[in-house]
Design a protein around this ligand. Structure first.
Ligand code: 13P
Length: 287
């Protein structure tokens, strides 16, 4: 059964570790992430962007696939199915479809409008027992057509949004979706520290988990980050392993063209990436 992300993130914040959100793209992705979470006894959040939602034939298809897998694979660890960077309408659609968690990304609106829309969704999510992630200060880079300018959030605005009763808060602290450029300035820990001082127990979310060095991840967790989003790194690992399989001519040997064989190395690479992240984030054996 899907669960809200509230309990797992409250525990993570108190225990000074982070739960990974891994974005899904298809059946192989979902299976790889769920199996790894179960093997490592780690709670997990499956992220779905609106674009990935369309690709996977809509939110109800995804809810059906994930619930089916939890059942058929005997998954016992807590799993939240979460809309990533949702619009207001997208969040409502996911709530109706049976997601257990949604993000409303109102970071591109003026703060008053972000507050108003977030407030409405807090009321809906509270009534249904779902978790809600809000965002202040756009995350840089491009994610599925959503382009952020890489702002550093205003801690006072973070406090205003946190006080609305959201479950977790994503704040821009110099993080970027996708690969980090050579000249990246790194995370703004002063900003993160200031945000945590104002928001207290609120679990903070670090987007753009791909390519952030391990020491920065650890420091971010020590300053209140309890959810870390990873997407691109699984895609790169999958693509690399699949390319190697084809370059080695394995698809031309025997039944190597069978998708169950063709996609096996890529799927194993996703599992290895998820394992590495769960170990780094400290969520292993926390289910
Ligand atoms: P990356 O693709 O950089 O890992 O970011 C993922 C993310 O933040 C999803 O919201």
């Amino acid at each position: 059964m899907l669960v809200s992300a509230k309990e797992m993130l409250t525990k993570a914040k108190a225990g000074k570790y982070a739960v990974g959100q891994f974005n899904i793209n298809n059946l192989e992705w979902t299976k790889a992430i769920l199996q790894t979470a179960e093997e490592l006894k780690s709670p997990v959040i499956l992220g779905v962007s609106e674009g990935a939602g369309k690709y996977m034939c809509g939110y109800t298809t995804i809810v059906g696939m994930v619930n089916g897998m939890i059942n058929e694979l005997g998954i016992t660890v807590p799993v939240a199915l979460h809309l990533d960077h949702g619009s207001y309408d997208g969040a409502k659609a996911c709530i109706d479809a049976g997601f257990s968690s949604v993000m409303f990304d109102g970071s591109h609106y003026p703060i008053e409008e972000n507050i108003q829309k977030t407030k409405e969704l807090v009321a809906i999510c509270n009534e249904k027992g779902l978790s809600l992630e809000a965002e202040v200060g756009a995350i840089g880079g491009e994610e599925d057509g959503v382009v952020g300018s890489g702002e550093v959030a205003d801690p006072k605005e973070c406090k205003m949004i946190a006080d609305l009763g959201v479950t977790m808060l994503a704040a821009g602290i110099g993080n970027i979706h996708g690969k980090y450029p050579e000249n990246w300035a790194g995370l703004s820990f002063d900003t993160l520290d200031a945000i945590q001082q104002l928001t207290g127990d609120m679990p903070l979310v670090l987007h753009g988990g791909t390519g952030i060095p391990a020491d920065m991840i650890k420091k971010a967790i020590s300053l209140g980050v309890s959810k870390i989003n990873v997407n691109t790194e699984c895609q790169l690992a999958f693509a690399d392993a699949t390319r190697k399989y084809i370059e080695a001519g394995k698809d031309l040997q025997g039944k190597g063209f069978d998708p169950r064989k063709l996609l096996a190395d890529g799927t194993a690479a996703i599992k290895a990436t998820v394992k590495e992240k769960m170990e780094l984030f400290g969520s292993v054996n926390k289910a």
